[in-house]
Unconditional design. Sequence first.
Length: 217
Amino acid sequence: MKLVALFKAAVASVTIAGAGAAGGYAGYTAAPRLYHHLTETPTPSTSTLQDDTLEAYQTRLDTLIDRQNGVEYSTDQEEETLALDESKKEFATDAALDPNLSEADFGVIAARFNPLSKVDTIRLRSYNFDERTISRRDECLAATPATNEQWGADRYAYAQRVETCMIEKLQHTGDGAAIAQKMGAAGGALGGAGLAFGFSLGYAVRSNRRPKAAKPA
């Protein structure tokens, strides 16, 4: 299990336990809000390596923007257009799969890159679906197999599976929030702490399971 996923689970458990300890209606209403906040907070850059990685992607993106501004999507520049599209696809793939690009910085890159897709469909579609998906990137990167039967070791297909995982985890956030709400309503320090531990253990077990590879959307 990725350290970031374990950290988020632990912090969520402690916080939800506190909400449970408060008891009554306060715990019932606070727990799901706290769960959403903690699970939807992207991991920030924590090292010089990650800072340098963001800078490298920003430089690559500047080049892509300049190239797109200089290309007219017409039959007269078909080769240049195809080459640009391949470069953009490679960029999006690298960004989605790079473990040295933090979740928060992935969001920064996606916010700049996706507007370039006005003339094509190449984008970081998880962010385009909902920017909150970036907080699931590291977890999905760890849980998604790099190869599958249909697409083999194709990196673009791998990146698409990672993004599909991110979207699906965001859509299932409500399941975890419902559990958090029940924990908050349980009340009592011992009861809240015990339920929080169970939630943390269940979260860890689910995160370690390797989901079946989804077909690229």
